[in-house]
Write a protein that binds this ligand. Structure first.
Ligand code: ATP
Ligand code: FE
Length: 337
């Protein structure tokens, strides 16, 4: 079965073609326009999706060497995300499915970040049920108990900023361009994680909070640059390493608590921040020290991509779980609803 998948929830226009669990193509057009504004501008994102969607789909079909007449179904991101962005992908997917007279399949973007682990990737095996999914992205931070592909329960999530936002906003305070997460990661490798100390938030249970960290970084940088205007420039590596260390401590503390509470040691992370080299190293360490089994998807399946939408599409296709043509995009769309 060939599934065409469309992802347009935020600022990446993406299309993928899957043959069952195998990805034949995964084309991502990243919208550079937002860089100059230091964040995603929703109006511009919708417009760029509208410009990109047809060429991106054509490219995905061409790369997969598939004619659209061979497609078995169209999967698309229904939500959560920016309404204007979701409307573009949703309308396009509906029209194409109608035109080709094939099933339409709606996908929850956050479920897709977790189920990306089921994309075939060499001899890598997917996580075994039940496992703990930790989705760490630009808009979400969640720990999810996954009992089956479509049996998920959120155990904890952020009460304010997402972890990706914590990276990006900290980076912005240091004068780094958007999105700053990858740059913080890069500079961290050259710095001392214990150079500066930032307080960890006190949040009970498995929920997260990152807005306090941002504020303490702001005050810290204000204080230090008053003394030495070149402070950030001179200490960028150490600041990044210390910020990243604090963020990773917060994530690992909660993950450890989730393992203790559930007794589940199968851990699968996903979302853009899963690309972070520090979290990857910490999970490896936890495998050795704590006996966890950890899973991290390939880089291109961590950040927003249509391949992860395609794998969910395929799993739903097997169940005959199709969507009615009257479906509408959903900006807020909880996992498992
Ligand atoms: P959501 O999936 O919650 O709707 P999103 O799709 O916008 O949000 P993703 O594309 O999954 O988010 O992730 C983007 C985030 O990942 C950005 O905040 C970016 O800074 C962060 N990120 C990407 N690479 C790294 C890295 N190496 N280290 C830290 N953060 C990173
Ligand atoms: Fe995402």
């Amino acid at each position: 079965n060939y599934i065409l998948a469309i992802e347009s929830s935020c600022d990446d226009t993406s299309a993928a073609v899957l043959c069952n669990t195998k990805v034949l193509s995964n084309v991502v057009a990243t919208q550079e326009i937002h860089r100059q504004y230091g964040g995603v501008v929703p109006e511009l994102a919708s417009r760029a999706h509208q410009q990109n969607i047809v060429p991106v789909v054509h490219q995905a079909l061409a790369k997969a060497n598939i004619d659209k007449k061979q497609l078995s179904a169209i999967a698309f991101t229904r939500g959560p995300g920016l309404m204007g962005s979701l409307l573009v992908g949703t309308s396009f997917a509906k029209s194409l499915a109608l035109g080709l007279n094939i099933p339409l399949i709606e996908v929850n973007h956050m479920e897709a970040h977790i189920l990306a682990h089921f994309i075939e990737d060499g001899d890598k095996t997917p996580p075994k049920f039940p496992f703990l999914g930790m989705t760490i992205s630009g808009g979400h931070t969640q720990i999810v108990k996954v009992c089956d592909h479509f049996d998920m329960e959120i155990l904890g999530e952020t009460l304010d900023d997402a972890v990706g936002e914590a990276f990006d906003k900290s980076a912005k305070l240091m004068g780094l361009p958007y999105p700053g997460g990858p740059l913080v990661d890069k500079y961290s490798k050259l710095g001392n994680p214990n150079a500066f100390e930032f307080p960890k938030p006190k949040v009970d249970g498995l929920n997260f909070s990152f807005s306090g960290l941002k504020t303490s970084i702001l005050y810290f940088l204000q204080r230090e640059t008053q003394k030495n205007p070149a402070f950030v420039e001179e200490n960028i590596n150490d600041i990044c390493a210390s910020v990243q260390y604090t963020i990773l401590e917060i994530l690992m503390d909660k993950l450890t608590l989730a393992v203790e509470q559930t007794g589940i040691q199968e851990i699968a992370i996903g979302g853009g921040v899963a690309a972070n080299s520090g979290i990857r190293a910490r999970l490896k360490e936890a495998e050795e020290k704590m006996g966890w089994k950890t899973y991290i998807p390939k880089f291109e399946y961590c950040t927003d991509n249509a391949a992860m939408i395609g794998i969910v599409g395929y799993l739903k296709f097997l169940k005959g779980d199709f969507t009615n043509q009257s479906v509408a995009a959903k900006a807020r769309y909880a996992i498992g609803s």
